[in-house]
Design a protein around this ligand. Structure first.
Ligand code: ACO
Length: 349
């Protein structure tokens, strides 16, 4: 394994971790997907689309859909228990739970509190973090900061969304892109020179907020009968603008992070990108000079689960033997905000 750089030794320290005696490590992942599959052929019965259009434009073949009455916490509890089992940790050993989502059970209370209660994490605090498709990385960054600062030993980072609750199944521009799913990663304190999170870089451009938005979802546009009748409670996107920004920003932030850490693409064993479109993933890998054999792709089976994509992809990589102790991983995401970020880590304890 290549020698890892000393953290914090870079020009943009504000974007990355500072040096310290502790390093936050990602030790296990758990997931939960609804049973029900919605294929492209199923969608073609709802809107004017085809399997051929969806596969060639996005790489998606099917997605999972939660049954009515399912809440995000129902999946999160399954993912959390699986993650803790794999880590060999009891729920009452957790100090905190951060749930990244845009489709929590309610606007209030935060879903993390519901997860905390249902898994019996008696000592843990919990709150949600909303940053769309970049939510999981934002939550991971936050958990790492707590652990590195010595303010927590173990934090469960949950990322997931029930996008079926936000998508208009009459709108072919958006309904084909998304799915439901959830994952959880245990972040734990370890020695400063051990495995774990080496660096982060995060960015925002709120000037482009309208390019990817759920208009009627908060104080800016309360849920009046008129707003609901207009379908403002559903996700809207300027697909082309988001597509172009995603390709550019995911490659840019990855390169900037690697440069800042004194690394190159040769230091990546596994690239785990947010799964929005195979035509975004491929050029990102190409610009980074990472061959597709090193890229995790599961968009064909689960589509875009927003905050769930990265933990679901990590779990897939682990199940297929591509992610194990010491694997050097680059995570990269882009989403509504607009917001994008990357993290570099060595997996395991
Ligand atoms: N089936 C058939 N035709 C369709 C469909 C569909 N499901 N959807 C759109 N079309 C049509 C359009 O109406 C358009 O027709 P027109 O030319 O007659 O107007 C035509 O296909 C071409 O549309 P484009 O927008 O040019 O298609 P494009 O190749 O750009 O692909 C897509 C569209 C897949 C949405 C792409 O732009 C994309 O992936 N964008 C990014 C999505 C994304 O990353 N979202 C961010 C994450 S979400 C989050 O953060 C919560």
């Amino acid at each position: 394994m290549t020698e890892l750089p000393a953290p914090g030794d870079h020009p943009k320290a504000g974007h990355r971790r500072t040096p310290g005696a502790r390093r936050a490590r990602c030790v296990a992942v758990g997931t939960a997907l609804p049973e029900r599959r919605l294929t492209n052929a199923d969608l073609a019965k709802l809107v004017d689309t085809s399997d051929e259009w969806i596969v060639t434009r996005t790489g998606i073949r099917e997605r999972r859909m939660a049954d009515p009455g399912t809440a995000l916490s129902d999946l999160a509890v399954v993912a959390a228990r699986e993650c803790l089992d794999r880590a060999g940790i009891q729920a009452d050993q957790l100090d905190g739970i951060i749930c990244a989502t845009i489709t929590g059970d309610h606007v209030m209370p935060a879903t993390a509190n519901i997860i905390q209660h249902r898994i019996g994490a008696r000592r843990a605090w919990g709150y949600d973090l909303l940053n769309a498709c970049n939510g999981f990385l934002a939550a991971l960054n936050t958990a790492a900061a707590f652990v590195e600062a010595g303010r927590a030993e173990r934090i469960l980072v949950v990322g997931g969304d029930l996008m079926s609750s936000l998508v208009d199944f009459r709108d072919r521009n958006t309904c084909v892109l998304f799915g439901d799913g959830c994952g959880a990663v245990l972040v734990e304190a370890g020695p400063g020179d051990g495995y774990g999170l080496i660096g982060f870089e995060m960015h925002s451009d709120g000037g482009s907020a309208a390019d990817l938005i759920v208009p009627c979802s908060g104080s800016a546009l309360p849920a009046t009968a008129d707003a609901l009748a207009r379908g403002e409670q559903f996700l809207k996107q300027n697909g082309k603008a988001v597509f172009q920004q995603a390709v550019r920003r995911m490659a840019e932030v990855s390169t900037s992070l690697l440069d800042g850490l004194g690394l190159t693409s040769a230091d990546i064993d596994l690239l785990v990108p947010h799964q929005a479109n195979l035509r975004i993933i491929q050029p990102t890998a190409e610009r980074l000079g990472v061959p597709m054999e090193k890229v995790v792709v599961n968009i064909d089976r689960v589509a875009n689960t927003t905050a769930g994509t990265i933990p679901l992809a990590l779990a897939d990589a682990e199940a297929s033997g591509r992610l194990h102790q010491g694997t050097r991983v680059l995570l990269v995401a882009f989403g509504g905000g607009l917001t994008w970020g990357a993290a570099y880590l060595t997996w395991g304890r």
